[in-house]
Design a protein around this ligand. Structure first.
Ligand SMILES: [Fe+2]
Length: 238
């Protein structure tokens, strides 16, 4: 894939290893299944594994195997990151509530995962690969005078091969600007996802990423930001 710069309209894909994907590229908010998919973010339990004691994150989690164009959910299990990748919350097995079966099995979600795998194959000039895909539904909440931190660990690698950050929705909030840096800590992309269905696809092996805190844009009101994060790791031969 040849590199392209993002245009002001956001209709163009930025250069690998950080791709900016407009709504409709992977998932269309006009899809009849989108409303129920986005509404499922209203039913996320609080993340009780926050080493900073924060109560600003809600989430659900699921793991899949993607091979031969087929996406299969695997038995529920703990999420684990090395401390090198997540000094704040890594180094321990964290158990999160499972993603609802009716969402993970939906046509929309299955197409989203398969479409992302196809884009990765295109962007990395690789043939079809088998992937272990982890799905994280996140809601970050901000109360009046109390910001919410999308990644409390700051700039980081997820410790996988590719990462998709898809904006699902949110209320009136300020902040939430994503930043991507290369191996020399040079910023290669700064972008605020604003449109549901808009996404960043990152080569996690070569770039690291972070997102600025969110705050309520309306004094005295709470605010939230909903995202879906999909991580792709090449499945090991067993
Ligand atoms: Fe991340």
């Amino acid at each position: 894939m040849t590199g392209q710069l993002a245009t002001a309209s956001g209709e163009c894909i930025a250069t690998p290893p950080a791709l900016l994907l407009p709504p409709g590229k992977l998932v269309d908010p006009g899809d009849p299944e989108w409303a129920a998919f986005a509404r499922s973010w209203d039913d996320l339990p609080r993340d009780t594994w926050m080493a900073d004691g924060g109560t600003y994150r809600r989430r659900r989690y699921a793991v899949f195997e993607v091979a031969g164009g087929k996406c299969t959910r695997l038995p529920h299990r703990a999420h684990y990151q090395e401390r090198d990748h997540n000094p704040l919350n890594g180094g321990v097995e964290r158990w999160f509530a499972p993603m609802a079966e009716n969402q993970s099995g939906s046509r929309l979600f299955q197409a989203l995962v398969s479409g992302t795998a196809a884009l990765i194959a295109d962007a990395s000039a690789q043939g079809p690969s088998s992937w272990t895909v982890e799905a994280h539904q996140f809601r970050i909440e901000a109360l009046s005078g109390q910001p919410g931190l999308p990644p409390p660990e700051g700039m980081h690698h997820d410790g996988r091969d590719w990462v998709l950050i898809l904006l699902v929705g949110g209320s009136d909030y300020a902040g939430g600007e994503s930043r991507v840096e290369d191996g020399s800590d040079t910023c290669i992309l700064e972008y605020r996802l604003t449109r549901p269905g808009e996404a960043l696809l990152l080569d996690d092996r070569t770039v690291h990423h972070g997102t600025t805190p969110i705050e309520s844009a309306i004094p005295g009101a709470s605010a939230w930001r909903d995202t879906l994060v999909l991580t792709f790791a090449q499945a090991r031969e067993s």
